[in-house]
Design a protein around this ligand. Structure first.
Ligand SMILES: Cc1cc2nc3c(=O)[nH]c(=O)nc-3n(C[C@H](O)[C@H](O)[C@H](O)COP(=O)(O)OP(=O)(O)OC[C@H]3O[C@@H](n4cnc5c(N)ncnc54)[C@H](O)[C@@H]3O)c2cc1C
Ligand code: SF4
Length: 477
């Protein structure tokens, strides 16, 4: 049973103290505890209580800052992360995509040591192990939904059903609000209960504020419960940071380390909305049923999205009677998205209320994004949309022809041209051969902060594979 907060100061000691209970932390806890190590997990958020409420309700209970965190820079980019036991896995769409080998080769070309740190065969084996653990499977035809089927028809040979960790999916399209049917093997329902069976102790509502160091050796962490009481957790073998590439660099900076937070990356994402002549939400549909991944020179990831009505409604343009009439047709409205493997890098810095993410896309990233949105708009029209609403500065409010759709690629790619958001984050911490923060013994990074670049595909599968390798190496230490 997860320990939900504390009304007195707590002291703990264990072989491993893991900070963060999301994709990377839960994976480490699962494998380290199964290997016979004692494990304490500290999680800032509360136990995940998934309700049947609307998107705003989920935002306030399961997301960090209710989903309102933004980057600092000229782009308008929201940063979405889970903040609860299970982390972002609770609100993730469930897509599990293996790392493209071309991306791994790029890492090794940048620095040959990646071939030893994360050998390709080890990554593949770890991915297969996690796929089996989480019951990953291809989205079946009956859960494509109308929009998924339309996407599949409109992008022949390019679109394919997603692979997801949703063995009990009933197609209610609510993954981003947390699954009300417990149909998704999010960490709170899979890896963490397994870890607890092996003896791991998981504390919720406990924010780690500082790493305790003796010289250049990490000895434990100091945290604070929501109640104000203190947690002191000492690690006999290592402190494992698994709080995401936004919070891991921040925690290191808070703890007095320097030279961290640089080289941060993400997958900037934008969506298009389309009005179809017939209802497109008529039967069961998985949240992210269909995707199209383009690798090589242009790394682009196109997806269908089943969003809460309140979120989809925020993408509907117009004012007064025009807006009202469109909102009356919500059942005819589909949202499709595109994310790009941006080359821009940013940095994590300390702000007055937590991490500040300084980031701005490069012109070439925005050009790629516009091209991908043009492809998506054309596909939407071919799939039967009467109108596409791009929501891009400089574009018509309503696109109704293929010519107009193609012209989206030619818009001036100025920063801030459309509302961006990101859920996938990478980089910011340099590690040594044992995944320790360079120059600090016993301070291990297990999340995507250690990755040299972005993955180009949905990252959770890679993050879990990397965390599995980190756990295996340290269990054997
Ligand atoms: C809405 C959404 C949809 C997504 N969909 C997909 C998808 O379909 N497929 C995919 O591959 N990826 C998806 N992702 C991305 C994926 O979920 C993340 O890449 C992955 O979960 C990151 O793993 P992590 O362990 O680094 O961080 P998280 O899973 O975010 O977990 C980090 C945890 O650390 C906790 N924490 C942070 N700071 C502290 C602290 N100081 N003390 C204690 N605890 C702390 C946080 O509260 C959080 O619970 C999605 C993400 C979001 C937000
Ligand atoms: S689509 Fe609905 S039923 Fe399926 S996993 Fe997501 S939330 Fe659960």
């Amino acid at each position: 049973m997860t320990i939900d907060g504390a009304l007195r100061d707590i002291e703990e000691d264990a072989d491993f103290v893991i900070v963060g209970s999301g994709a990377s932390g839960a994976t480490c806890a699962r494998w380290l505890s199964a290997a016979g190590c004692s494990v304490v997990v500290l999680e800032e958020g509360a136990p995940a209580k998934v309700g049947k409420g609307d998107g705003l309700d989920a935002m306030s209970r399961l997301y960090r800052s209710a989903g309102a965190a933004m980057t600092v820079g000229k782009d308008r980019m929201a940063l979405l992360q889970g903040r609860c036991v299970g982390g972002s896995t609770v609100v993730a769409g469930g897509i599990q995509s293996g790392l493209p080998e071309a991306v791994w080769r790029e890492w090794v070309a940048r620095d040959a040591r990646w071939a030893q740190r994360l050998p390709w065969e080890a990554l593949e084996m770890a991915r297969e192990r996690m796929d089996a653990e989480l019951s990953v499977h291809k989205t079946p035809r009956e859960l494509w939904g109308e929009t998924g089927a339309a996407f599949f028809r409109a992008l022949p040979g390019q679109a394919s059903p997603t692979w997801r960790n949703t063995p009990g999916c009933q197609g209610s399209g609510r993954c981003l609000q947390g699954c009300p049917h417990r149909g998704k093997t999010s960490a709170d329902l899979s890896l963490l209960p397994q870890a607890e069976q092996y003896g791991a102790r998981i504390y919720a509502r406990c924010k780690v504020e500082r790493i305790l160091m003796e010289g250049h050796v990490a000895k434990g962490v100091r945290g604070r419960f929501e109640s104000g009481k203190l947690m002191t957790a000492r690690a006999r073998k290592a402190v494992i940071l698994a709080t995401s590439p936004i919070h891991t660099p921040w925690l290191l900076l808070q703890s007095g380390l320097r030279n961290v937070g640089q080289g941060w990356r993400c997958h900037p994402r934008a969506v298009l909305t389309g009005l179809f002549h017939k209802p497109v939400h008529t039967g069961p549909a998985a949240s992210l049923a269909m995707e199209s991944v383009v690798h090589g020179a242009a790394d682009v990831h196109l997806q269908t999205l089943e969003l809460p009505r309140s979120w989809a409604a925020s993408r509907v343009p117009g004012l007064g009677p025009a807006l009202a009439s469109r909102l009356e047709q919500m059942d005819h409205i589909a949202v499709w998205g595109s994310s790009v493997r941006a080359e821009a890098t940013g940095s994590i810095r300390r702000g007055p209320w937590g991490p500040r993410v300084h980031y701005e896309t490069l012109r070439k990233d925005r050009v790629l994004l516009l091209k991908s949105l043009a492809v998506l708009a054309e596909a939407m029209l071919q799939a039967g949309a009467m109108e596409v609403w791009p929501g891009i500065d400089g574009a018509p409010e309503v696109v109704t022809s293929v010519k107009q759709a193609r012209e989206l690629a030619l818009i001036d790619p100025a920063p801030g041209l459309t509302q961006l958001f990101a859920t996938d984050f990478f980089g910011g911490v340099a590690v040594d051969e044992r995944f320790q923060v360079e120059g600090v013994s016993g301070l291990v990074v297990a999340d995507a902060s250690l990755l040299p670049t972005s993955t180009g595909v949905s990252p959770m599968s890679t993050i879990m594979a990397v965390a599995t390798i980190v756990a295996e190496r340290w269990a054997a230490a």
